[in-house]
Design a protein around this ligand. Structure first.
Ligand SMILES: C[S@@+](CC[C@H](N)C(=O)[O-])C[C@H]1O[C@@H](n2cnc3c(N)ncnc32)[C@H](O)[C@@H]1O
Length: 218
């Protein structure tokens, strides 16, 4: 699926020289994944680097990911977090999930990752509270459907990071109109959420970084 990025191609080409993943093995996995057209697109390079940096800065012990794909973003996060941390990731496509599992083993991060195969809308309500960071990168309809539950699952001060949130501002083919409308509705809900402070960063396909209010804050 060929979706343009929010940043002009020249900027992406320039930042590519500077924004690299933590090591050559990860770079290799990423570069092979972006060339494939039999899977849904993985997180864009600049967004992946931001995710990596945020994890190193905030040191989350528990991460939840919606939309594993073949595990590229999961492995990027697992590699940036402490070895004692845990990631729960959800994917409903069994073929992608099976490839993700193999990739987790190949990168020796399988002990840190629990993969749930099923619809995130059904699985999210069954999870126990207390995530430090949640990465939303699943189907667009899932974004508004799970927002309130994800905020509830986050610890106070925790981060909700959502990919593709500039879809409504992008020049996309007609088949993406529904997704654009859904994400626009989602962005408004995030902005108006009483417990979230949020920013949309114009990198990749747009990345929302939202922080859940701490209990001590007014
Ligand atoms: C954009 S891809 C994920 C890419 C991955 N996060 C990465 O960057 O490597 C979105 C994935 O979400 C999965 N998905 C979409 N809706 C879902 C849902 N409701 N529950 C679980 N998985 C879902 C799709 O099958 C697809 O693999």
């Amino acid at each position: 699926m060929n979706i343009p990025s929010v940043t002009p191609v020249e900027i992406n080409e320039y930042t590519k020289k500077f924004n690299n993943l933590a090591n050559s093995k990860l770079e290799n996995l990423f570069q092979l994944a972006v060339k494939r057209d039999d899977i849904l697109p993985c997180v864009q390079r600049d967004a992946a680097c931001l995710l990596q940096l945020l994890i190193r800065l905030t040191k989350p012990a528990r991460i939840l990911e919606l939309g594993t794909g073949i595990g590229v973003s999961t492995i990027i996060m697992a590699s940036a977090m402490d070895k004692s941390g845990q990631i729960i990731t959800i994917e409903f496509n069994e073929k992608f999930a099976s490839e993700a599992k193999q990739n987790f083993t190949r990168f020796q991060v399988q002990d840190r990752i629990l993969l749930h195969i099923g619809d995130a809308v059904d699985i999210v309500p069954q999870l126990s509270l207390g995530f430090d960071l949640i990465f939303q990168d699943s189907g667009k309809q899932t974004y508004p459907a799970t927002l309130d539950q994800l905020v509830q699952l986050l610890k106070p001060g925790g981060l909700l990071i959502c990919d593709d949130t500039l879809f409504p501002a992008m020049d996309l083919p007609d088949r993406n109109r529904t997704s654009q409308a859904v994400i626009d509705r989602f962005n408004r809900a995030v902005k108006e959420h009483p417990l979230l402070e949020s920013y949309i960063l114009p990198i990749g396909h747009g990345v929302t970084v939202a922080r859940k209010q701490d209990t001590n804050e007014v």
